[in-house]
Design a protein around this ligand. Sequence first.
Ligand SMILES: [Zn+2]
Length: 256
Amino acid sequence: MEKKEKKIVKASSSNKKTDEKIGIDSHGKIVKVEHNGEPKERATSKRIIAVCLWLVGIFFEVVGILRLKGTIGWIPSLSETAFLIICLVLDCIAVLVGSQFWKKANHIDPASEKNPTKFWIQNNLGSIISVVAFLPIIIFVLTDKEMDKKNKTIVSVVAIVALLIAGIGSYDFNPVSSEQLQRAEQEVLNVNPSGTVYWAPNSKKYHVNPDCPSFSRSETIIEGTVRDAYEAGLTDPCRRCIPELEEEHDHENEAE
Ligand SMILES: [Zn+2]
């Protein structure tokens, strides 16, 4: 039983309400969600959230270090080890979540390749912050003279695992440059002058054709711009509906 009816959802990174529209073609219901603000503004607000969460993470690290040094003796019902582990877990969560906002912002508003240092720092800042958020406390734990060996081992292992989780989870394995995004946008415009692309929730690539065979098993198709696709982590076009540009083609009449 193959269903031809498909739901198309317009991409959004915002939590703005859904504005339903009925499609007039064979794709069935089209659900569109509009964005809040321009890409730059959206990227900036994501970056602010990221920095705040990173600061929250570092705050928990500092609280842990202060407890270790005996500067703060509150919460007496918790052992030092339990207290430190809670700090490390909260630190890890805050850094990781912050980095996801940071990575999304970098895909909406990427750095230019022309400045390699800035490009590298911007794309690796989440992992750099992870080091800042864990390495100092690891050093404090390992050099602590009052902690017994067993607890020291437990806390330092937890801290190292947290550093690895945060560092790898914050790393952008698919960094985007502004030049790459521009090229991708132009490539889509050559095929579809509206610049609209489609992808399914489980897609690895974005498409210009909502009837692309890749969607044969997808009931919901998301509609958005190339930037939206990048924001969703999709940075590769489907070569079935977006042919590779070797020479200048004129695809304007093929637009669907
Ligand atoms: Zn396709």
